[in-house]
Design a binder for this molecule. Structure first.
Ligand code: F6P
Length: 516
């Protein structure tokens, strides 16, 4: 078994780090993209890479071949490849929770891995997809309401929106996550008990938001005269026992080796499976599997997730950039930034390494964004002329799913123009009309926004987050940082009821008084 402890030496003390620091000081800080293109006519070819379903142009990034090779040296010194192999061998690399990390197994074809859990994965997948097909064929069910939060909401919600072209007409999909009753109440106004299937999605089946919404949904269902809970409620969870206690007979399980933010491939993907059907859900898994194989086998130099992961380290720790803007040029990808936010920030928003030692370097950037072209008319001003440099990630789709003349050419031209303007800038009369340029971006192209392409795009981002997390030596698969707020909320719920402010800090006590 591989030693999954973090390397004893912090990343900033590894030999490659010192060389990268030197490279940054000598030419990295002043690197100019326009000069780089002038000096190397092959730059686009050198920094473009076709991975399964995704082409990525990295040439408008502040790197050269020398820096990239040092970044690969750093990745090797940090044992990224060994940790990757340990993940794919099913070893417990989530060491703070003593768990294996096997979301990749959920998209592994039958017989393609010796892992003993693959049999259960396929049994469950077959059962879940058969259920999805029954729901699709059941005209009496018009509304599917997913109740879940975090990874039990963001993935399926994003995927159903992204794959809108393939969604079965006649079914409506709703996602309720917030404990704010306005959200559930608004959905309940739009549905009726006889035509609704509630999916209670929770890895733990203890999350307070989800349980509160699930109980309220069941109370509403019964108050509407609904009797057949078994037909109208299903659970997607690792905690099959708790689902049974809730009174749910139909449960699709998954396993503790699937992190919440990595769970769209599991039973948590059921809303998407109902939306697009069994065959297309299998294509979604196949697209991700193709990216897994690419990440697992390609040398770092030709490995897209690895190249992006080390670039993220270069930007975060050497250039000091603290955020990355996600710009999907496809309106159906409108929930992608939120999905990637959880993936990256919950995975790598850590301040200690896998042994609990303070890191001493920055980790997860802030991820944010909106679909283009909307973002252009909102915050792109800051990207072009603000004082902070924010790397932008353009995600474009070559073929549109609609027939409206002219729109798609304009959309793609705008994506290209923004990337071009960020890089080239413009010298004008000086002052407010000047664009400094030299602002980095990555440009991705999917042929179509289809299930396989989406699967590959998501797996690409999972493995890229893995790579930067491994360089930093952190456990990208735990999320202890969400615990404290949960404990304090429990205490404050009681205080909201009784008004007791004893022992609270003055600000919280004052606000409690205002809110009661
Ligand atoms: O916010 C913490 C978290 O545990 C996420 O990691 C997870 O996706 C979410 O809560 C929901 O958890 P569950 O699926 O167990 O309800």
């Amino acid at each position: 078994m591989t030693d999954s402890r973090a390397p004893a030496v912090p990343c900033q003390h590894s030999p490659a780090w010192a060389l990268l620091r030197q490279a940054f000081d000598s030419h990295g800080r002043a690197f100019d993209l326009r000069e780089a293109f002038r000096a190397d006519p092959q730059r686009f070819e050198r920094f473009g890479l076709q991975a399964p379903h995704v082409f990525a142009d990295l040439s408008k990034n502040l790197i050269d071949a020398k820096v990239e090779s040092l970044l690969f040296q750093l990745a090797r010194e940090r044992d990224v490849e060994r940790l990757r192999d340990a993940m794919f061998a099913g070893e417990p690399i989530n060491n703070t929770e003593h768990r294996a990390v096997k979301h990749w197994l959920l998209r592994t074809p039958r017989g393609a891995s010796a892992d003993a859990d693959l049999v259960h994965v396929h049994e469950t997948l077959d059962a879940m997809l058969a259920f999805a097909e029954r729901v699709r064929a059941d005209d009496a069910i018009t509304d599917i309401v997913n109740i879940g939060i975090g990874g039990s909401d963001l993935g399926p919600q994003m995927a159903v929106a992204a794959l809108d072209e393939f969604v079965l007409p006649g079914k409506r999909f709703h996602f309720v996550s917030n404990i704010d009753g306005h959200e559930l109440a608004s959905v309940l106004k739009q549905v009726n008990a006889r035509g609704t299937l509630f999916l209670i999605a929770s890895k733990t089946f203890t999350t307070i938001e989800t349980m509160t919404n699930a109980h309220s949904a069941r109370a509403w269902f019964e108050a509407q005269g609904g009797t057949d809970v078994a037909r109208h409620f299903a659970a997607l969870t690792t905690n099959v026992e708790a689902a049974r206690e809730f009174g749910i007979a139909t449960t699709f399980p998954f396993w503790d080796w699937v992190g919440g933010r990595y769970s769209v491939w599991s039973a948590i993907g059921l809303p998407a499976a109902v939306a697009i059907g069994a065959d297309r859900f299998r294509q979604f898994l196949a697209g991700a599997h193709a990216m897994d194989e690419h990440f697992r086998t390609a040398p770092l130099e030709h490995n897209l997730p690895a190249r992006l992961g080390v670039l993220d380290v270069w930007y975060r720790n050497f250039h000091g950039f603290t955020s990355r803007s996600i710009a999907p040029y496809h309106s159906a990808l409108r929930r992608l930034p939120a999905y990637l936010q959880q993936l990256e920030m919950e995975s790598n928003g850590k301040r200690v390494d896998r042994e609990g030692r303070p890191l001493g370097v920055g980790t997860s950037p802030v991820l944010w964004g909106e679909p283009g072209t909307n973002g252009q008319h909102a915050y792109f001003q800051m990207l072009h002329q603000g004082t902070d440099v924010v790397p932008v990630e353009f995600i474009s789709v070559k073929h549109a799913a609609h027939q409206l003349a002219g729109h798609h050419e304009q959309l793609l031209a705008n994506a290209l123009a923004q990337a071009q303007a960020l890089m080239q800038g413009r010298r004008d009369a000086g002052g407010h009309k000047d664009f400094p340029g030299n602002r980095p971006s990555t440009f991705m192209v999917l042929e179509r926004l289809d299930p396989a392409g989406l699967g590959a795009l998501l797996a690409l981002n999972e493995h890229r987050v893995f790579t930067s997390g491994a360089v930093w030596g952190i456990d990208s698969f735990d999320q202890w940082g969400v615990e404290l707020g949960k404990v304090l909320a429990k205490d404050l719920v009681a205080r909201m009821g009784n008004g007791d402010a004893e022992g609270l800090d003055p600000s919280t006590a004052g606000l409690l008084k205002h809110l009661r």
